[in-house]
Write a protein that binds this ligand. Structure first.
Ligand code: MTE
Ligand code: MO
Length: 555
């Protein structure tokens, strides 16, 4: 169970729980125009030419139509499971979003360049303001698990349920394509656009067009909306979700550029959430307005009559979905460790054979370096660190020990002499922001070869001078396999100057195929160990122990 002591309350339930939405005026104008222009055109058309004629399709004349009749059992169940998983994804997505409540169209995430903000705060420029400080509260009524900075648990729900969503989608599309049901969703003539516009003109004038019986077919606008949901929004959500993976983006930067870059992909991912939510509202409203009982019988029972059973069972189905949110809430707060392990059980095997195999190999140019890099984490407060900082870290010695044949103590000069390497990479914080910076440091591969791990050593544990969110010294671990990858290094320079205090002086880790929290800053010592189980609470790092983050976050 997650304790709710003062420290946790300060993180998850802060006094400032205001919710504000700010949208850049130019973007707001475009959005208003996107809605207003079609509406005006529709009103103008009716004022001048009258309501457009829509042929009542053969779909409304039972028995006279070709094509699919009714909804077979596999459609009815995939419809239910889709609703189930989609809501879970949307709710957990909102919790993830609020951990960095700003959306950008540029990968630098410079404060002030957002197009959308879910926080009343402007980033202060007179003091250090970390991404953790910036996280916002969201009510557990609308999100899972809700509250503030619960991204570890939110991601567990997101990444478990995405399997259900994707499998349901694959099953559904296979069913469509191997039956005649695809004809419901896929337009076969360009006339559909004319019909869809005419239908829109009717709705825009608060008039219902001749309504086909949905058991046999849809009106043109409905068909296009369903088509877009299944064949555009769902795939785009999945593809833009993948475009936020550091492993993928640092292997193939061009993949993220397909969507306009990593932060555009994140924005699109959010817009798909809005799209799905908007679809649900319109879909449910129209179902209710065009014959609730009959429509519910179609999709719940697969029959076209007026009995009450479909509605009753449908409401029970909706109740099950709502109960799943309540259950998820209790699991999140009472069994977070079990949830974390469940996520690991279902995602790690897949990540090991996919994302974890990708070798980071990006190099951005100097011109692409971010003007400002969001900082994160708690600065060390230890006296020995402060003393060393005052002296420019000349007395600092990195201790590398544990299960190695050649334990060493290295000064910064020793490390510089061991042939430093340079990279310009994109950093991906779990919270959502990114930034590009140049790093210079000692490659971990060199260090590992230098200290010679003994047989049985599988893991490197990095300990920081700084504290974790809840007090103990911050630490994290890497498998030797990942530490040996290119671009994994102990960085001492950032953007051609020695690391400054906030960014991890004197030494920090860079592991470009993973998320930011694996990159320990203010490193004091490194220990080679047999397994993660012997350090901390045994989950592989401070965040893994206390915030239920994943052990292998390459997405
Ligand atoms: N010691 C320590 N290292 C840390 C953290 C921390 O809280 N303490 N935060 C991590 C997180 S979540 C991120 S995103 C990066 C941020 O690095 P930056 O401050 O250079 O942007 O540092 C990582 N290293
Ligand atoms: Mo982070």
């Amino acid at each position: 169970m997650i304790p709710f002591d003062n420290a946790h309350r300060a993180v998850h339930y802060p006094p400032d729980r205001r919710f504000r939405i700010w949208i850049r005026p130019s973007v707001l104008t475009i959005l208003i125009l996107l809605v207003a222009v079609p509406l005006m055109l529709a009103w103008l058309e009716v004022a001048i030419f009258g309501m457009p004629y829509i042929a009542s399709s053969s779909a409304s004349i039972e028995g006279a139509m070709s094509g699919p009749h009714g909804f077979p059992v596999w459609i009815r169940w995939t419809h239910f499971f889709n609703m189930f998983f989609l809501f879970m994804l949307m709710r957990s997505g909102l919790s993830i979003l609020m951990d960095h409540p700003r959306l950008y169209l540029n990968d630098h995430c410079t404060p002030g360049t957002e197009w959308l903000r879910f926080t009343p705060l402007k980033v202060p420029s007179d003091r250090v303001w970390t991404a953790k400080d910036d996280a916002r509260y969201i009510s557990p009524m609308v999100s899972t698990p809700g509250y503030r900075h619960t991204i570890g648990i939110a991601r567990a729900w997101h990444f478990i349920t995405v399997y259900g969503f994707v499998l349901t989608g694959i099953f559904f599309v296979c069913g469509l394509l191997t039956s005649e049901q695809w004809q419901r969703l896929v337009p076969t003539s360009t006339a559909v656009f004319v019909d869809a516009w005419n239908t829109f003109v009717h709705y825009a004038n608060f008039h219902f067009p001749p309504e086909p019986n949905g058991f046999y077919g849809y009106n043109a606008l409905q068909q296009l909306a369903y088509f877009a949901t299944v064949f555009v929004m769902a795939p785009l959500s999945i593809l833009t979700g993948m475009a936020m993976s550091p492993a993928l983006v640092n292997r193939w930067p061009r993949y993220a550029k397909l969507f306009g870059g990593r932060q555009c992909a994140r924005s699109i991912h959010f817009l798909m959430l809005v799209g799905f939510a908007g679809f649900v509202v319109v879909h449910v409203t129209l179902i209710a307005l065009t014959g609730l009982r009959r429509n519910m019988n179609h999709i719940v029972l697969g029959v076209d009559n007026m009995q009450w059973t479909g509605l009753v069972l449908g409401l029970i189905g909706i109740a099950v979905v709502v109960l799943s949110w309540i259950a998820a809430h209790y699991i999140s707060w009472y069994f977070p460790r079990g949830l974390q392990h469940a996520q690991r059980a279902v995602t790690e095997p897949v990540r090991l054979v996919t994302l974890d195999r990708l070798i980071p190999q990006q190099t951005y140019t100097r011109e692409q370096i971010s003007p400002r890099f969001w900082p994160n984490g708690k600065m060390p407060t230890r006296e020995d660190w402060k003393q060393m900082e005052a002296d420019g870290f000349k007395d600092f010695r990195l201790k590398v020990g544990g299960m190695v044949e050649n334990p060493v103590e290295l000064s910064l000069d020793d490390m510089r002499a061991m042939q430093a390497e340079d990279t310009i990479t994109m950093h991906h914080c779990i919270q959502g922001w990114s930034g590009i910076a140049e790093w210079r440091g000692l490659s971990l591969q060199k260090l590992i070869e230098h200290v010679k791990p003994r047989p049985g050593a599988h893991v490197l544990a990095f300990y920081s001078f700084g504290d974790s969110l809840y007090g103990d010294a911050y630490y994290d671990t890497q498998s030797i396999y990942n530490a040996m990858k290119p671009q994994a290094m102990l960085a001492f320079d950032m953007n051609s100057a020695p690391l400054t205090g906030v960014y991890g002086a004197p030494l920090r880790l860079r592991v470009e195929n993973q998320l930011g929290y694996k990159m320990v800053k203010w490193i004091e010592r490194i220990e080679f160990i047999e397994s993660i189980e012997t350090v901390g609470k045994g989950e592989g790092g401070s965040n893994e122990d206390d915030e239920y983050f994943d052990l292998l976050p390459n997405i």
